[in-house]
Design a protein around this ligand. Sequence first.
Ligand SMILES: O=C(O)CCC(=O)C(=O)O
Ligand SMILES: [Fe+2]
Length: 302
Amino acid sequence: MCSRGLVTVVVFSVPSAKKDRVLRESWREAWLRVAGLVAGLVLAALLLWSSLGTEDGVAEVLAHRGEVLAGRFIEVPCSEDYDGHRRFEGCTPRKCGRGVTDVVITREEAQRVLRYLVPQRSVQASILDLHSGALSMGKHFVNLYRYFGDKIQTVFSEEDFQLYQDVRQKVQLTIAKAFGIGASSLYLTKPTFFSRINSSQARTAHDEYWHAHVDKVTYGSFDYTSLLYLSDYLEDFGGGRFVFVDEGANKTVEPRAGRVSFFTSGSENLHRVEKVLWGTRYAITIAFTCNPDHSIEDPAFT
Ligand SMILES: O=C(O)CCC(=O)C(=O)O
Ligand SMILES: [Fe+2]
């Protein structure tokens, strides 16, 4: 019986084995198709995620928005950009790099600076040159100081200018200390400006803040650039992170009110700002030169 059973099984199992194989193969094909689809979806999601995260690939975060940095400094080799300019020993960078600190300017001070720039917010300025008073409004630049004339005192108070001067002084000392130079060898240079960025369309080339650039090339006189952030990444706006464009992995600085980021202005510090996706981002660019011929006074009533 057993052998008959076996035979029976054998007899009937020939076509069923074929069927099984066909079935197994079609299952395998279906599985392969599903696996291929899943792998494709995962890859697409990864690509989308990385492009949303950094816009241009791999990035490391140099300063997270949530951390309070007592001071982080990273040295990078100097580019040759300084050689084409007159050198000022004890000031022109021999040591190059980038630093971030959250303890030099308090959040309260940053809020006060922002408050003093409120009148400009109401005229929808996107850039205000704090030295000349040039204000970009849509496609045009107007001169705020000339426009308001004597009435400028209704826009800015003595106290506002004093606050700006205190902030500038503290940032100057921080830069001097980080790079091992004398603070008095640094001079404020132009443009020193307030920027307000939102997600609306850029109207002039000045508004296209997202292009990678070298400050020394863009602005000429800059040797050391500093940025004081006045609003918080992911609280007040999305996108808008500052990116050092490096070979390998970019380094990002997430803005936070009161955060000061500073760096030598040559091509060792090529950088860009990510497009702002929502909300409004406020910052001040304060630049220093080693060349006294390029120095400017602190903004003041003149
Ligand atoms: O606002 C920033 O984070 C950077 C601005 C900038 O690159 C510049 O002012 O040259
Ligand atoms: Fe820049």
